[in-house]
Design a protein around this ligand. Structure first.
Ligand code: NIG
Ligand code: FE
Length: 407
């Protein structure tokens, strides 16, 4: 057979498709054949390669892993919130800063003012930072526009990042991120706009495939979120939520009730929430970068999540306020060091389990025959180094659907 690409003599990790894997499923000195963007065959070390290819890469001594998946980012935004980092260092809380008109709304202000080109130029740099460290699939949310024009602008910028960098993205509409200033005295009016204007247009124009919401005291109530979920689902969109980040606000149970993709943050999750998530196959997305930046002390109940069999992913939450962090490997390190994940859980959490948080586990997130050839070649002795050693590793080559990614 003539392949498009053969990568030979690589050490493979994160192979197979078992979401419950406890090992890294390594194969030493193996080779893979890629055609039309798909992994067609994996030859173990003892087997001869059967076929030729347009391009053959000799990976002797290197590790081939699936491309990393960052399943929760807000990387399209304008401006910065460096001042808030300093304010928190002086003792103000994230909620106090938000109540005083800072926080998300300050980024909304800057993002509304930016032209589409300016927003693209500022945001693509952040996407490159993630991709240069092995991310081949990114989720990007709106949520700093809040009116239709600016939410749509953000989502168009996300699509432009995807074509510019030759990486695949998942787009998420997050209109329910904060109450925009023009609706300050009319909450219901804004939720009406989300439900009757924005979400129908998102579905019609296919600007996003998923709807997210910030279910929180400083965000949106359980009742408001449920209304949004019902509209989104009726129009064929998937749902997920920022849930139980700063308090127990009911978002995780709501997502479980409506069989959404994931509940993200989940520091204040209750035992019944954990059970509901397990029962409804909702992924728990851990965002240790936000936990770290906001100096939180309440940790997600990892033991009970693990015990009940909730699939756990890890993501950057890259945003200007609560998680200004452009490194998926760094937050994976934090998930181990702060939340007590195992290194294996962290590596699966930024690959196959993150793909599941986006509904893509059957075709992305691991090395297996039939999967999309989103791959990274790493010059390391052992895959654990990627998690343990901070800021030291870059892939030597990366592919998205078998096409080399060149930054
Ligand atoms: O995931 N919690 C709400 N949204 C973001 C923060 C956004 C911001 O502070 O700009 C988060 O932490
Ligand atoms: Fe977030």
């Amino acid at each position: 057979m003539l392949f498009d690409l053969i990568i030979k003599n690589a050490n493979l990790a994160l192979t197979g498709n078992a979401l419950s894997a406890t090992e890294l499923n390594c194969h030493y000195g193996a080779s893979i054949g890629v055609k039309d963007g798909i992994i067609i065959v994996i030859w173990p070390a003892e087997e001869d390669i059967d076929g030729s290819a347009t391009e053959v890469i000799d990976a002797t001594g290197q590790w081939l892993l699936p491309g990393l998946v960052d399943c929760h980012t807000h990387l399209v935004f304008a401006g910065n919130r460096a001042d808030e980092f300093a304010r928190r260092a002086r003792g103000e809380s994230y909620e106090q800063i938000a109540a005083a008109g800072g926080g998300i709304l300050s980024t909304v202000n800057a993002t509304r003012k930016a032209s589409e080109d300016e927003l693209f130029e500022a945001s693509v740099i952040r996407a490159k930072a993630l991709v240069s460290q092995g991310v081949t699939h990114l989720e990007i949310k709106s949520g700093y526009g809040l009116d239709w024009e600016n939410e749509a602008k953000m989502l168009r910028v996300a699509k432009r990042i995807s074509s510019e960098l030759n990486i695949e993205i998942s787009s998420t509409y997050l209109g329910a991120h904060a109450l925009p200033p023009e609706y300050r005295s009319n909450r219901t009016g804004y939720v009406d706009a989300i439900c009757t204007e924005h979400i129908p247009k998102i579905a019609q124009l296919k600007l996003a495939e998923t709807v997210d919401m910030f279910c929180e005291g400083i965000g949106f109530s359980e009742a408001e979120c449920e209304r949004i979920i019902k509209v989104a689902k009726s129009l064929g969109l998937k749902v997920k939520a920022h849930a139980e980040q700063l308090s127990h606000s009911g978002g995780a149970a709501l997502i479980a009730k409506h069989q959404g993709l994931s509940a993200d943050h989940i520091e204040y999750l209750s035992v019944t929430d954990v059970q509901a998530m397990a029962k409804n196959d909702v992924v728990g997305v851990l965002l240790p970068g936000a936990f770290y930046t906001l100096k939180d002390t309440q940790k997600p109940p990892i033991k009970s999540l693990r015990q009940e069999g909730v699939v756990l992913a890890v993501a950057t939450d890259l945003n200007p306020g609560s998680s200004p962090i452009g490194s998926l490997l760094l937050v994976a390190n934090m998930a181990v060091n702060q939340f007590d994940l195992s290194i294996e859980e962290a590596l699966w959490g930024i690959t196959l389990r993150a793909a599941k948080a986006l509904g893509l586990q059957d075709s992305r997130g691991s090395i297996a025959v039939g999967k999309r050839a989103d791959l990274c070649l790493w010059p390391i002795d052992t895959p654990e180094q990627l998690i343990v050693e901070i800021g030291l590793h870059r892939p030597t080559k990366m592919w998205s659907a078998g096409q080399e990614i060149k930054l």
